[in-house]
Design a protein around this ligand. Structure first.
Ligand code: HEM
Ligand SMILES: *[C@@H]1O[C@H](CO)[C@@H](O)[C@H](O)[C@H]1NC(C)=O
Length: 275
């Protein structure tokens, strides 16, 4: 399996990836997913009709060379969107601003940004790709195995992470690690979800029916994934003359006031309280 690509490689492809995701959205969805006023799926159709084809073939080539890029890009898009909207803010140098906020319940937090249970289950399906380091799930193995985890699976993970603090990694989706499919939901049905946040989707009565639906119907997963990605891509979206086009991708054009610091803690909070 490919290891994680360098952050700079992933960064370089971020913008392209976002465009490609929109591209695949249009073709896969039964009817276009809802868009905020001021956005369109064919913005470049007159000015640069080849834009999407260029992005698509560039990414296809890059991912063929390193399949790990697909996962890295997908994940960075999620992290970007959860920090003040999908504006490439993930490229900005981190400010030592706000400390970890406490977000009490994942779904109620997501509800505030317009995401529901279908979105949570579908977006978590991104864990059909990529890898995780032992540190991200080792507390489910040591000192005591999490009883929700399939016993064989726990033993399997211990081959990779034999004790706490081993620097190693494993596939997120044990069945088809490099294929974007619905096998992740089959993992969950078999109590072979890697993170607590994954397995909880099947344990929780509110999200379980969605997990089952996606496990038996890949088309339903793909359709919802498209809608949820497009939805996630519009968190705090800026349109028209709003916002700024950065001259240096890693810096805002003008100095920010202290109260204006980026809530970097949001992604960490989302990830920490569900793990
Ligand atoms: C629901 C909350 C989520 C939690 C708690 C979570 C947590 C994690 C963790 C702990 C890792 C492993 C990091 C490591 O050990 O290296 C990971 C990897 C990953 N996550 Fe998530 N995640 C969440 C949602 C999402 C969403 C919404 C997406 C995209 C739509 C996503 C896409 C990915 C991908 C593709 C990887 C693999 C990255 C790689 O191989 O480079 N995750 N996630
Ligand atoms: C890392 O994981 C592989 C299997 O994925 C295993 O063979 C190897 O022993 C592990 N390394 C350590 C230091 O445990």
């Amino acid at each position: 399996m490919a290891s994680s690509p360098s952050p700079s490689a992933a960064r370089a492809l971020l913008v392209l990836a976002a465009a490609a995701l929109v591209l695949s959205s249009v073709s896969a969805a039964a009817g276009s997913p809802p868009l905020a006023k001021g956005l369109s799926f064919d913005f470049y159709s007159a000015k640069c009709p080849q834009a999407e084809a260029i992005v698509f073939s560039f990414l296809k080539d890059a991912i063929r060379k390193d399949v790990g890029l697909a996962a890295a890009l997908l994940r960075i898009h999620f992290h970007d969107c959860f920090v003040q909207g999908c504006d490439g803010s993930v490229l900005l140098d981190k400010t030592n601003g706000v400390d970890s906020e406490k977000v009490p319940v994942l779904l109620s937090f997501l509800a505030k940004i317009g995401l529901d249970a279908d979105d949570l289950v579908a977006l978590s399906g991104a864990h059909t790709l990529g890898i995780a380091h032992c540190g991200s799930f080792e507390e489910r193995l040591f000192p005591k195995e999490d009883t929700t985890m399939n016993k064989w699976f726990a033993g399997h993970l211990k081959l990779t992470c034999p004790q706490l603090k081993v620097d190693n990694f494993t596939a997120n989706d044990i069945r088809t690690p490099d294929v974007f499919d619905n096998k992740y939901y089959l993992d969950l049905l078999n109590r072979q979800g890697l993170f607590t946040s994954d397995q909880d989707l099947h344990t929780d009565a509110g999200t379980k029916p969605v997990v089952t639906r996606f496990a038996v119907d890949q088309g339903a997963f793909f359709d919802q994934f498209v809608r949820s990605m497009v939805k996630m891509g519009q968190i705090n979206v800026l349109t028209g003359n709003q916002g700024q086009i950065r001259t240096d991708c890693s810096l805002p054009n003008a100095a920010r006031s202290a109260g204006d610091e980026l809530p970097w803690s949001v992604v960490e909070a989302v990830e920490s309280f569900v793990l």
